[in-house]
Write a protein that binds this ligand. Structure first.
Ligand SMILES: [Zn+2]
Length: 184
């Protein structure tokens, strides 16, 4: 089932959401609906609050051709198909940072350059509650950071420089007004 998205201006996008404690069938359904919604929206990641859920869960799927290093090798070969990350904890590794353009399904039509660690260590639980500990590089690392930010009420536009912030202020204001209208 495709789930309705929460857009910029929704209060849940600014909340630090709650850990998942029940690894049950409803959680599996939610994860599969989130993957379906991510595909329908042509996104590479989607977090719980973006579908109105106060839960620390995100899904991501990096297309193989966007996961290549400069030699054409897969950077994160274990990422095959969608990854479901529950109660994720992401920390930057090393001191290499990279600036790249980001967008967000909850903030349509706005993109901006965001600087983030190039490599991260992510600890998370899967749908059965089993713990995992992985290293991610490149776009996968960026996506995991963007999605984990969503679980803490942080949006990529928060990182933009003041000039860019000024430039998108009007667009954000309109989007927020539209979101509040739709929920009224
Ligand atoms: Zn997002």
């Amino acid at each position: 089932m495709i789930l309705p998205l929460s857009y910029y201006g929704s209060s849940i996008l600014r909340e630090k959401v709650n850990p998942v404690t029940h690894f049950d069938e409803p959680l599996q359904h939610l994860a599969s609906d989130m993957v379906e919604t991510m595909h329908a929206e042509s996104g590479i990641g989607l977090a719980g609050p973006q579908v109105g859920k106060n839960m620390r869960i995100f899904v991501m799927e990096i297309p193989a051709d966007m996961d290549l290093d400069e030699h054409g090798h897969r950077m994160n070969p274990f990422l095959n198909g969608p990854l479901v990350a529950i109660n994720p904890d992401v920390e930057g590794v090393g001191d290499v940072v990279e600036e790249a353009e980001e967008g967000c399904l909850s903030i349509p039509d706005i993109r901006g350059m965001v600087e983030r660690p190039y490599q991260v260590r992510m600890r998370f639980q899967d749908l059965k509650g089993s713990p995992h500990d992985v290293m991610l590089s490149g776009l996968a690392a960026r996506c995991a950071q963007h999605e984990t930010d969503h679980l803490n009420g942080i949006l990529f536009v928060d990182y933009l420089g003041s000039v860019k912030k000024m430039a998108i202020k009007g667009k954000l204001k309109k989007l927020k007004a539209r979101t509040l209208d739709a929920s009224a």
